[in-house]
Every structure is written in structure tokens, then in C-alpha cells.
Design a protein. Structure first.
Length: 92
């Protein structure tokens, strides 16, 4: 089965859930963040990560900054594994 994720080393697996329904349950702010995200975040995953970040950071603004930081770290990790350590985004 072909996927539209391209080449990646990040974990993925088949799930028995309705991602559109899960997406609709997200807050408007979180839906906007996911829509602009560089990675294909699952709605449940981004909600759980955001809730953890909110508890840790104490404000919604800082929680969104934490989500972006986590995403940059994942992209950096994937860039190094897929394209090598000399890729501009590797190891940031």
C-alpha cells in the first residue's frame, strides 16, 4: 500500500480510529496549529502532547511554543536519519 508520508524514520502504525472526528474535537487553536504543522500529527497525539505541554509550561502560548520545539526536534532527528548528518536540518 502506498503512503503519502514519503521517506521517514519516524514511527508509524495502522490505527483503528476516526482521525477526522478526533480532529473536529480539537480546539480551534490546536486545529490551526496542526493544519500548519510540518509533520503529519495525529489529532490524539497532538492533543495529548499539548495537554502535557500546557501542564508543564502553564500557559497556552508557551504550550504552543513547546509543540513547535518538539516538532523541530523530530524533524531534525528524521533529517539526520533520512538524509545524513550533513543535511542542513540535521542535528539542530
Amino acid at each position: 500500500m502506498a503512503h503519502n508520508r514519503g521517506q521517514t524514520s519516524l514511527k508509524s502504525s495502522l490505527r483503528n480510529e476516526d482521525p477526522m472526528q478526533d480532529f473536529d474535537r480539537l480546539s480551534q487553536e490546536l486545529r490551526a496549529w496542526v493544519a500548519a504543522a510540518d509533520l503529519p500529527w495525529r489529532p490524539r497525539s497532538v492533543r495529548k502532547t499539548f495537554e502535557r505541554a500546557l501542564a508543564k509550561m502553564g500557559s497556552r502560548e508557551k504550550a504552543f511554543e513547546e509543540l513547535s520545539r518538539i516538532q523541530r526536534r523530530l524533524l531534525s532527528k528524521d533529517a539526520e536519519r533520512v538524509w545524513g548528518k550533513n543535511h542542513p536540518d540535521a542535528g539542530d
